[in-house]
Design a protein around this ligand. Structure first.
Ligand SMILES: NC(=O)c1ccc[n+]([C@@H]2O[C@H](COP(=O)([O-])OP(=O)(O)OC[C@H]3O[C@@H](n4cnc5c(N)ncnc54)[C@H](OP(=O)(O)O)[C@@H]3O)[C@@H](O)[C@H]2O)c1
Length: 251
């Protein structure tokens, strides 16, 4: 048997936002680590594409819009007992402060902050999380380590998520459920690629703030997720792992 303190063998993990970007990469890498995965997202076709990329065949896909209470409840009912949750589903929007609409605030908080809070609450209430288990929330440097022009709604949603993680870690420690977040700067996913930075000059300028001179790759986030899900991190709870290519060093 080979030595691997980061093994996910015999662990069942639920990953939200698994139909795209970081969630998809996390699902693929966790399957290589031996996990059985329950993947969820809104788009069944793209979710199925993720399912087909997973190693092993015990995995399951469940379509759910986490901003709709009935769909979240159905997801919680359908999932088996879990050793881990990766809360990755999220959205971003650049809007300069004077132009923000109330509905936009509600929408972004609903998926980025309220849905992970409610999903955690329901999984605990219905005893779906084993003892021990590990929850990883995908957060951001925005609203935590840095502030960014035009990202006040997003930054607020992610600082709220990180604050929730720290409180949940304390509440759930007696149940041996660990809670941590990963705070990211820019990672190359559809969320960023469809964003506002389409122009080469803008990207070149932006990369000056990245000491490692490039944006992150989804699998580089997945390796951090594996660490926090695995028994290698069994004494870590309530912390934020910064995966940002050194971005926050220059802020
Ligand atoms: N990429 C970055 O630079 C970056 C930086 C900091 C933090 N993050 C965070 O990382 C996470 C993943 O982002 P990404 O870059 O991988 O984005 P992405 O490629 O756009 O993926 C977003 C995922 O969230 C799911 N999702 C969105 N709204 C949902 C809803 N209402 N119900 C259920 N699922 C929903 C999407 O599902 P469908 O496609 O099926 O609708 C998709 O699977 C997000 O929380 C994001 O804020 C990303």
């Amino acid at each position: 048997m080979s030595y691997n303190p980061f093994s996910l063998q015999n662990k069942t993990i639920l990953i939200t936002g698994a139909s795209s970007g970081i969630g998809q990469a996390a699902a693929i890498e966790c399957s290589k680590g031996g996990a059985k995965l329950i993947i969820t997202g809104r788009n069944p076709k793209r979710l199925n594409e993720t399912l087909n990329l997973l190693q092993g065949d015990a995995h399951q896909q469940i379509t759910a819009d986490l901003s709709i209470a009935e769909e979240m409840d159905k997801l919680v009912q359908l999932v088996p007992n879990l050793d881990g949750l990766v809360s990755c589903a999220g959205t971003a929007k650049y809007v300069m402060l004077p132009f923000i609409k109330e509905q936009e605030i509600t929408d972004i908080l609903k998926i980025n902050t309220i849905a992970p809070m409610l999903l955690t609450q329901k999984l605990v209430k219905y005893k779906k999380l084993n003892k021990p288990s590990s929850i990883v929330y995908i957060s951001s440097v925005s609203g935590n380590e840095v502030s960014t022009i035009g990202l006040s709604m997003y930054g607020t949603s992610k600082s709220g998520l990180t604050a929730f993680m720290r409180h949940a870690a304390l509440d759930l420690a007696p149940k041996n459920i660990r809670c941590n977040s990963i705070n990211l700067s820019r990672v190359l996913t559809p969320l960023i690629e469809q964003g506002t930075m389409t122009n080469e000059e803008q990207i070149k300028e932006d990369l000056k703030d990245y000491p490692l001179k490039r944006y992150g790759k989804p699998e580089e986030v997945a390796y951090g997720i594996i660490y926090l899900l695995s028994d290698a991190s069994s004494w870590i709870t309530g912390t934020s792992l910064l995966i940002d290519g050194g971005f926050s060093l220059k802020r």
